[in-house]
Design a protein around this ligand. Sequence first.
Ligand code: NAD
Length: 359
Amino acid sequence: MAYDVTFIPGDGTGPELAEATRRVLEATGVEFNWDRREAGIDEYEKHGNPFTDETLASLRRTGVGIKGPTTTPVGSGFRSVNVLLRKELDLYACIRPCKAYDGVRTRFPETDIVIVRENTEDLYVGIEFERGTEDNAALRAKLAELGATVRDDAGISIKPISDFGSERIVRAAFDYAIAQGRRRVTAAHKANIMKFTDGLFLEVARRVAGDYPQIEFEDRIIDNLCNQLVTRPEEYDVIVMPNLYGDIVSDLGAGMIGGLGLAGGANIGTEAAVFEATHGSAPKHAGKNRMNPTALMLSGVYLLDHLEEREAARRMENALASVIRRGEKVTYDLKPTRDDPSAVGTSQFADAVIEEMNA
Ligand code: NAD
């Protein structure tokens, strides 16, 4: 049976990374009917919209997509494809495994953690009041009535965290831990300072943990977590957190495992699941066949797991790990120096992974 999967190459370096990933996914022997859909800045320049309803309809129909990165220009009124996708498809759980493969240069070779980031709430909801505006003044006046003084030259961003949003992300973390044979979930927060938002998140996390007695549960204050991740990463397993901390700790995790070229991920929601790398479109490298496709390929491994093609997923992951461990046919970022002449390109890296899978 062939799986219907929406294939979004993206822009910048996205199309070359997506093509390399598509070839490796097909080489596993699992069959796909790719529904190719465009999104990103090229689409915006052609049609005035970075993202069409057909792309959304395709994702709703197939329920699963793989996506190359897309550019979000700063200050152009251009809507972020990623924010739009998360909102439209309610992709509430962002799952980013960070495992240091042998052969990668990192100071944290024991790292094998999974970051579970809430994707829909927190300071990312976009409820903001620009300084000097009437709405800002009205909000500050209301706050003053309630006994809270805010300077009149302050901008204000609102941080909503709900019981509903916290419960479903914490459940996603525990369900993931069970499905992947993990032993512990840590909830990260700043409940000592933000008692009614992070405090609520922690209260819900403790409540949900009670339903999963087979998995250990603990919590950490976010600053302490960051310190401990770089001093004893081996003590951490699955870590669940609200949106902003999850965004920041994802890049910390990527750095710990050898760089953005190695960090894949999944956005899982009620209507669909979209698999994509943590990194962006790195536009200045576009078209050079230079970037590391591992992050998107690992996202492809998670896609196979999602489809319950577990044997193919392990074969693809093992082949990737072998190519990285040998360190010969790898991209520049995995070489001892960035100008190493023996570095291979994106598509040659894909060839090496396919060769390894067929060996
Ligand atoms: P970026 O992740 O695109 O690139 C930053 C640097 O990281 C690159 O210059 C490169 O040195 C390194 N890097 C990234 N991907 C790599 C890879 N596959 N192999 C090797 N090295 C890699 O971040 P940026 O420059 O801040 O963002 C560029 C654009 O991407 C922005 O428009 C941003 O909004 C967008 N973005 C998109 C996504 C997404 O589509 N999911 C995520 C993050 C950023």
